[in-house]
Design a protein around this ligand. Structure first.
Ligand code: FAD
Length: 410
């Protein structure tokens, strides 16, 4: 195998093996780089909530050759049912009427299915995975990066990429604490699972009061439902991010006077052993790289689930960064080109969460709730999607992918 262009930039360490990390590993391997991925968890994390691939990201997975496999895992959510306190439907709509995903340019699948497809694809190639480990220290000396792992081993890499999510460890080591880069959007979410006793199928059922939204998501005909209890709060309860008992307590307090299905969901939350609690926040950084260290995916530009675009952005960023690293001899030039190409796309999609995502999915006040109900009623009456769905589609497709096919080694 001949060297990639930029023979001095061949060994790459990627931190994080979820979506962005394995996607980047795949492309870098195809361009002839020597790739290692370090993941804190003992294995690829399976399960999880449904995620969406839309627009430009569909082009990426098509170029990776996995689109048919991902389509076969498509969840096919058929309706979003907004209910009142008695469980009666206020409105029932198609998901894409809210999000603007056109059927041929949209796949919705369980997050764990996507990560295992990406993992399999890279494991079958030459990518090395180090599970149960993490970067403890980085020293960039301008010609390479000395890395010390939590396991105690040390190794030198030409480039280090942080694909380790919204609370990125690589970002903390190379750019400093999260605070200045995190933009809190005013909500906390709490996800957990419970048995699907009521026979929900291919649908999400949503109940809202001002500042509180409770619901369940039936992935296909799964015997397990994903439930969420989301609430608005001006002050993010950062102290409870890692303390599960306080997370339960805080959520139960927020829903104490909330009606509808929330009572049953709070009870189920108290028994659940798979709580996933976090703030709804975005990451905004003035630059995505520092010397020989760069960030992709949520680590660089988390858009929050209100945009529904986190996974798509992770895939697109991985594709562009790999292509630019293969194009440029100097990684600093590659990082600059990656940012120049990808930033407008990432920012357009981050903006989707700020437009109407919050007030439609989680109305904060009675006025927002009334406006949401009026929008749903209008949609039902006209059969047309909400006004911002078209705008969302434009953002999902806002990047024409560069073609790096000539750089592929095999
Ligand atoms: C509740 C919720 C709902 C969502 N819904 C949607 C949706 O409907 N549609 C959509 O497109 N997106 C959705 N998202 C967003 C989506 O999950 C993310 O945007 C996407 O997974 C980003 O991928 P990533 O690879 O950048 O980061 P992540 O998926 O966050 O992966 C980071 C990886 O890094 C690992 N890691 C963390 N720290 C370390 C460390 N110190 N060392 C080594 N490894 C480490 C983690 O274990 C993980 O494997 C949702 C997110 C949440 C939280």
């Amino acid at each position: 195998m001949s060297d990639v262009k930029g023979a001095k930039s061949r060994s790459v360490l990627i931190s994080g093996a979820s979506v962005a990390g394995p996607a980047l590993a795949y492309w870098l391997d195809r361009y002839g780089f020597d790739v290692t991925v370090v993941e804190r968890a003992p294995t690829i994390r399976s399960g999880g909530y449904p995620i969406d691939l839309r627009g430009t990201a569909i082009d990426v997975v098509e170029r990776m050759g996995v689109l048919p496999e991902l389509r076969s895992a498509h969840i096919d959510t058929r309706r979003l049912r907004f209910i009142d306190a008695d469980g009666n439907a206020i409105a029932t709509i198609m998901p894409e009427d809210l999000t603007g995903g056109a059927t041929r340019r949209h796949v919705e699948l369980p997050r764990g299915e996507l990560t295992s497809v990406l993992y399999q694809l890279t494991r079958d190639r030459r990518v090395r995975y180090l599970f149960n480990d993490s970067i403890e220290a980085l020293q960039d000396d301008g010609v390479g990066v000395e890395v010390r792992f939590r396991s105690g081993s040390e190794q030198r890499f030409d480039i280090v990429i942080g694909a380790d999510g919204m609370h990125s460890n690589t970002r903390a080591l190379a750019f400093g604490p999260e605070g200045p880069f995190s933009r809190y959007l005013g909500f906390c979410f709490n996800l957990f699972s419970l048995p699907n006793d009521a026979g929900f199928s291919h649908e999400a059922v949503i109940y809202a009061e001002p500042g509180r939204t409770a619901g369940v998501y039936a992935v296909g005909d799964s015997p397990t439902l994903l439930a969420f209890l989301n609430f608005a709060t001006d002050e993010p309860p950062f102290h409870s991010n890692t303390d599960v008992d306080r997370q339960r307590q805080r959520t139960a307090e927020m829903f104490r006077h909330c009606g509808g299905i929330s009572g049953r969901l709070v009870e189920a939350m108290q028994r659940a052993d798979d709580l996933f609690f976090d703030t709804v926040s975005q990451i905004h950084m003035p630059r995505w790289s520092s010397g020989r260290v760069a960030l992709i995916g949520d680590a660089a530009h988390a858009p929050s689930f209100l945009s529904g675009q986190g996974t798509s952005l992770a895939l697109v960023g991985a594709y562009v960064l790999a292509g630019e690293l293969a194009t440029h001899t100097d990684p600093v030039d590659a990082f600059a080109a990656y940012e120049r190409i990808a930033r407008p796309f990432m920012e357009a999609n981050q903006a989707l969460a700020l437009r109407e995502g919050g007030s439609l999915l989680m109305p904060r006040t009675q006025e927002e709730l009334d406006a949401r109900n009026a929008a749903l009623a209008a949609m039902m009456a006209s059969g047309k999607a909400v006004a911002h769905a078209e705008h969302s589609s434009a953002a999902h497709n806002a990047l024409n992918l560069p073609n790096y096919g000539h750089l592929v080694r095999e």
